[in-house]
Ligand binder design. Structure first.
Ligand code: PMP
Length: 401
């Protein structure tokens, strides 16, 4: 039956993990995977999560189905976290929220909703570059995907002029995907002033802002600061779509906890929108999983756990910021590696776009047992006190050729 099905290409990130696993050298480092690692290079389960799980176990909850849009207390608390308690549409009960299969599932519900109900051309603009799953995800949702400039390889910074020009030239009503904070893969975000300009431009051109927020709290260590763009756009009166993930900021990767939301103009409009979100979800997976939503909800609703969680998010963000500092100092001051490395310090979040060329990345894998994507992106979380010097020396050798 399937004799004509061609083999598809392997996933580039999972391919790196395979190569890493097969490598027997004790110095090997995996900088491909986008999951947090602690100072010992180990996966990290947050204390707030462990305590929430103890509370859940003690409560002896049943395993009944959730509703189509998930655990209501969780979705309300997730919306509060993103939009802020003072958000007008939140106060007016005008935000439609559905629990989702983490950030990816939220994006997919959003893609399907735009494809079915958006009253303008079903065109979405993605930054170049962007997270590798955005393009196939929105195409599979039935949208036409176009790109806008984002990264300037000369400055290893934001191509703000190019970005604005491309958004200006987008057709009226086009959907614009924006990484709310900690842009993946570049680690480069607009400044607050630039976000304000973007909000004005989006209003002027009547574009529709579609936010992907996979790293709230993880970028700066503050969930409020990282929500700046989302809250500013909403405060300026935009209707937005928002995809939230609790994979990174609560370390709930495999639990698949997230939320999709749309702001609307009234409670009545919200109800109509919500009914259509349900109609999209029901034939896809019926209803979302229970356990992760309970974990996140316990953390978001218990002041003590919330405080502990905030400290832990900040701890993760600070460790990464510290690694950026050390890597910058090693390359610039100690090894005097040719090139400009300031971007390592100024970039934000889990990833750094090092500016290393494909050949240099290959050399690092073959000669130094260091694995990363061939675009030069490294996961900063894979670095720690025990491997950062070896990593810097290896980068230095690769750059000198
Ligand atoms: N968006 C971006 C920009 C991401 O980096 C990620 C995770 N790599 C996601 C969405 C979704 O991740 P998840 O489905 O695990 O929440």
């Amino acid at each position: 039956t399937w004799s004509a099905v061609p083999a598809g290409p392997p996933d580039p990130i999972l391919g790196i993990t395979e190569a890493f696993k097969a490598d027997k050298d004790p110095r090997k480092i995996n900088l491909g995977v986008g999951a947090y690692r602690d100072e010992n290079g180990k996966p990290y389960v947050l204390n707030a999560v462990k305590k929430a799980e103890e509370k859940i176990a003690a409560a002896k909850l049943d395993k009944e189905y959730l509703g189509i849009t998930g655990l209501a207390s969780f979705t309300q608390n997730a919306a509060k976290l993103a939009y802020g308690v003072d958000s007008e549409p939140l106060k007016q009960n005008a935000i439609a929220v559905a629990q989702s299969i983490s950030g990816t599932g939220a994006l997919r519900i959003g893609g399907a909703f735009i494809a079915r109900h958006y009253p303008h051309a079903k065109v979405i603009y993605l930054p170049t570059p962007t997270w590798g799953n955005h393009m196939p995800l929105f195409k599979d949702s039935g949208l036409e995907v176009r790109r806008y400039r984002y990264f300037d390889s000369k400055t290893v910074g934001l191509d703000f002029a190019g970005m604005k020009e491309d958004l200006k030239n987008a057709p009226e009503g086009a959907v614009i995907l924006l990484h709310a904070c900690a842009h993946n893969p570049t680690g480069i975000d607009p400044t607050q002033e630039q976000w304000k300009e973007l909000s004005d431009l989006v209003a002027e051109k009547k574009l529709f802002p579609f936010f992907d927020m996979a790293y709230q709290g993880f970028a700066s260590g503050s969930t409020t600061r990282d929500a700046f763009a989302v809250r500013h756009f909403v405060a300026q009166g935009h209707d937005i779509a928002l995809c939230q993930s609790f994979a990174k900021n609560m370390g709930l990767y495999g639990e698949r906890v997230g939320a999709f939301s749309l702001t609307t103009r009234s409670e009545e409009e919200k109800k109509r929108v919500e009914s259509q979100i349900k109609i999209i979800i029901r034939p896809m997976y019926s209803n979302p999983p229970l356990h992760g939503a309970h974990i996140a909800n316990n953390i978001l609703s218990d002041p003590e756990l919330y405080q502990e969680w905030e400290g832990e998010v900040k701890g993760m963000a600070d460790r990464i910021i510290n690694m950026r500092e050390r890597l910058y100092n090693l390359l610039t001051h100690e090894l005097k590696t040719p090139g400009e490395w300031g971007h390592i310090k100024s970039q934000i979040g889990m990833f750094s776009f090092t500016g290393l060329k494909t050949e240099q990345c290959k050399a690092l894998a073959e000669k130094a047992h260091i694995y990363m994507t061939m675009d030069g992106r490294i996961s900063m979380a894979g670095l720690n006190g025990s491997n950062i010097e070896y990593f810097a020396q290896s980068v230095d050798a690769a750059v000198r050729g």
